[in-house]
Ligand binder design. Structure first.
Ligand code: TYM
Length: 330
């Protein structure tokens, strides 16, 4: 069945391995089989990083990274969230049926309240409704995202269902969070705990050069090594294996598992291999990023073409929604 696929990444910095394996890689695989919309969530970036000097730079970097990683603008629709005036309008309409209580209970909101207590803005609270507007704007059925976005997708499904029920229609499909393999993934950081994330400072970026990348991986947190055979791996070690499982061959993973289970593991060797295998993924992308970033004409063309295609689908949906909600012309 041909799916409608929508996903995006906030323009808050360069793309890291978590973004790549959680979202982008899946999207690249899906673009040839399905109708795909992939965008840069620049409005969402304002909830945490309102920086006029950096906004355009970040958007340009991410666009170059999308293209370098393999998104094809002639196949998928690649656009900027802020190029679609229909999104803020749908966001406003959806918000009329979204309750403050449910927004306050969102895990990501509670986390942000903890992290940025001096800037608990209304955009942060309504982050899930803006995300739902992005997704429902194209009546998406599948949304390739990492594990951390699961709750936002549940909320999008709930908002879609609520809209259909209130207005007695069967208009919005209920989209699923999606990973091409099977389970949604969470790529851990190199600091021993938690997920890889821009604000955690524990990332490997697609744009990292070889020397820097090797240095970061070699500095990843480990321990003294196991003293009992087949012991349970502490979190920092489990994390290294998790990253290895996405970048290395199964034989390589098995080799180091065996070394761990027999208490012969040398983390230095494991990290060297891990850096090597990460570089196999990131270096070709990095080289293309550097090329594409220089080509302003190409980037301009991609954004223009994407905005036109995305607006076509968005204006149709918005006009339907307005009709359903009772907005009629005189
Ligand atoms: P953002 O920029 O935080 O993350 C972008 C995508 O990368 C995934 N991701 C990860 N996946 C696995 N392991 C990690 N360590 C990791 N870190 C990030 C995220 O799950 C996400 O898929 N709210 C979205 C942006 C957005 C969006 C949308 C996505 C706005 N509107 C509509 C889909 C559909 C976000 O968190 O971006």
């Amino acid at each position: 069945m041909k799916e409608i696929v929508v996903s995006g990444i906030r323009s808050t910095g360069n793309l890291h391995l978590g973004n790549y394996f959680g979202a982008l890689r899946n999207f690249i695989k899906m673009q040839h089989e399905h109708t795909c919309y992939f965008f840069i969530a620049d409005y969402h970036s304002l909830t945490t990083h309102p920086d006029p000097a950096m906004l355009h730079v970040n958007v340009k970097n991410i666009l170059s990274e999308y293209l370098a990683a393999g998104l094809d603008p002639d196949v998928a629709t690649i656009f900027l969230q802020s190029d679609l005036p229909q999104i803020p309008e749908l966001y406003l309409l959806l918000n009329m049926h979204v309750y403050v209580g449910e927004l306050e209970r969102t895990v990501s909101f509670k986390e942000k309240v903890r992290k940025q207590p001096d800037n608990v803005n209304a955009g942060l609270l309504t982050y899930p409704s803006l995300m739902a507007a992005d997704i429902l704007m194209h009546k998406a059925t599948k949304v390739p995202v990492g594990k951390d976005q699961e709750q936002h997708l549940e909320m999008t499904r709930r908002f879609a269902r609520r809209f259909n029920t209130i207005y007695g229609v069967d208009y919005f499909p209920e989209p699923d969070a999606y990973n091409f393999g099977s389970e949604l993934v969470k790529i851990p950081g190199l600091d021993g705990s938690g997920k890889m994330g821009k604000s955690e400072g524990n990332c490997v970026y697609l744009i990292d050069d070889e020397k820097n990348l090797r240095k970061k991986v070699m500095r990843a947190v480990t321990d003294q090594g196991p003293t009992e055979p087949n012991s349970v791996k502490p979190e920092p070690i489990e994390n290294l294996f998790t990253i290895m499982k996405v970048v290395s061959t199964p034989d390589t993973v098995d080799y180091f598992e065996e070394k761990y289970n027999t208490c012969q593991i040398r983390y230095g060797d494991m990290k060297k291999q891990l850096a090597e295998d990460i570089l196999k993924v990131t270096l070709p992308i990095r080289n293309r990023i550097l090329e594409i970033q220089k080509d302003d004409d190409y980037l301009r063309k991609v954004v223009k073409q994407g905005a036109e295609k995305a607006r076509e689908s968005a204006s149709k949906v918005l006009s339907d929604v307005r009709q359903i909600m009772g907005f009629k012309s005189f």
